[in-house]
Design a protein around this ligand. Structure first.
Ligand SMILES: [Zn+2]
Length: 131
């Protein structure tokens, strides 16, 4: 789903951005791919359940949590995420600055059933580690 400046706020705990106050940010819906979506939920330290449910059109993560390289801009000016992008920048990892130390921890915690998605995700994570 396309990012929209009308979306209300960010689902990441500790992040209180809003499209109204920060119109320069883009807000991105959770991926349709279930494996990837679960990775997102885990990465933002939430569990899908009564206290947190992902609603299409109203549950977003703001662009602060993604690497700049993961976001591209359409001719219309709308911002989109590249395929298989995962959020990596959070208040608890100093907005990505702690990344090299944290990756191994995240890596171990990831369990994926779908082997094709796992390969895809591993490739993505490995390419991230090199940066
Ligand atoms: Zn945010």
């Amino acid at each position: 789903m396309a990012a929209s400046t009308r979306s209300c706020c960010c689902s990441v705990p500790g992040c209180s951005t809003s499209g109204r106050r920060q119109p320069y940010l883009s807000f991105h819906a959770f991926p349709k791919d279930e494996t990837l979506r679960k990775s997102w939920v885990r990465l933002i330290r939430r569990d899908e359940g009564p206290s947190f449910s992902i609603l299409r059109g109203s549950t977003f993560i703001c662009s602060l949590h993604f690497n700049k390289e993961s976001i591209y801009v359409l001719e219309s000016g709308r911002k989109r995420l590249k395929a298989n992008t995962i959020p990596t920048r959070f208040p608890w990892n100093n907005w990505g600055d702690d990344q090299p130390r944290r990756w191994s921890v995240f890596d171990r915690n990831i369990t994926i059933c779908n082997s094709r998605s796992e390969q895809r995700e591993r490739a993505f994570w490995n390419s991230n580690k090199k940066q």
